[in-house]
Design a protein around this ligand. Structure first.
Ligand SMILES: [Zn+2]
Length: 236
């Protein structure tokens, strides 16, 4: 493995937004081309990076990535930053074939509701914070019995807390559903960059309740909602 490097590359293929870990972890794959001499490389994006909108032809700056020599794969670290550059800042013809593996095809477990819809959060039934593994490779895995199921790390000293809330929402067809919304989507829903300023669960609950009702637009897919936007501020 090489040491980490920064690259400028063109998006030549994007995967649909997918989820791992029972819908908690958004993931998206991109094929990037950074030199005219080699075919595209694959990069997996997680969390908020995965939920960003990428299109073929976009030119990106990717920092702190690792190129795995033999596998056509780029790895990222938690400190990896992805930024859009002007499209004409990198002119490259695509030289290799695109990927046609499962990473780039749609998850087929449930294709219903694959169009974004308007819905309204009517109530909050509970809100809580949970502790996550601070190791960046574990992608904010929730601790179980004070240890990380992924790296088996115990006695984790640094504390990383994420938030989740159980909500009652009304979908566009008028039906009501109870859903759990996790950290990244919750922040989007509240239009809050950071929910960790609220130390206690009751404070988080009270804050969320004070925002109701929240009008939002999202994608209901594979048993998971992805919040795309909220109209909370504009409706007041
Ligand atoms: Zn871990």
């Amino acid at each position: 493995m090489n040491s980490s490097c920064d690259i400028i590359a063109k998006v030549v293929q994007t995967s649909p937004l997918k989820y791992r870990r029972n819908g908690e972890l958004p993931i998206k794959f991109l094929a990037l081309q950074d030199t005219p001499n080699e075919g595209p490389v694959k990069i997996a994006l997680f969390g908020e990076d995965a939920q960003r909108d990428f299109n073929e032809g976009d030119v990106l700056s990717v920092t702190q990535t690792y190129r795995w020599k033999d596998t056509q794969t780029l790895s990222t670290k938690k400190s990896t930053k992805i930024e859009y550059l002007p499209q004409d800042s990198l002119i490259l013809q695509q030289t290799g074939p695109c990927f046609n593996d499962d990473d780039f095809s749609a998850d087929t477990t449930n294709s219903l509701g694959s169009e974004p819809e308007e819905f309204q959060i009517m109530g909050i039934t509970s809100a809580h914070k949970y502790q996550c593994c601070p190791n960046s490779e574990c992608r904010n895995k929730k601790l179980e019995n004070d240890s990380c199921p992924t790296c088996k790390g115990k006695s984790l000293t640094r504390q990383t807390y994420f938030s989740a809330a159980q909500v009652v929402l009304r979908r566009s067809d008028g039906s009501y559903e109870m859903r759990k919304i996790f950290h990244t989507d919750l922040k989007l829903l509240c239009e809050m960059p950071d929910l960790n300023t609220m130390e206690e669960d009751p404070a988080l609950y009270q804050f969320l309740t004070g925002l109701l009702p929240i009008n939002a637009r999202g994608l209901f897919l594979n048993g998971k909602i992805t919040i795309m936007s909220t109209k909370r501020q504009h409706d007041r």
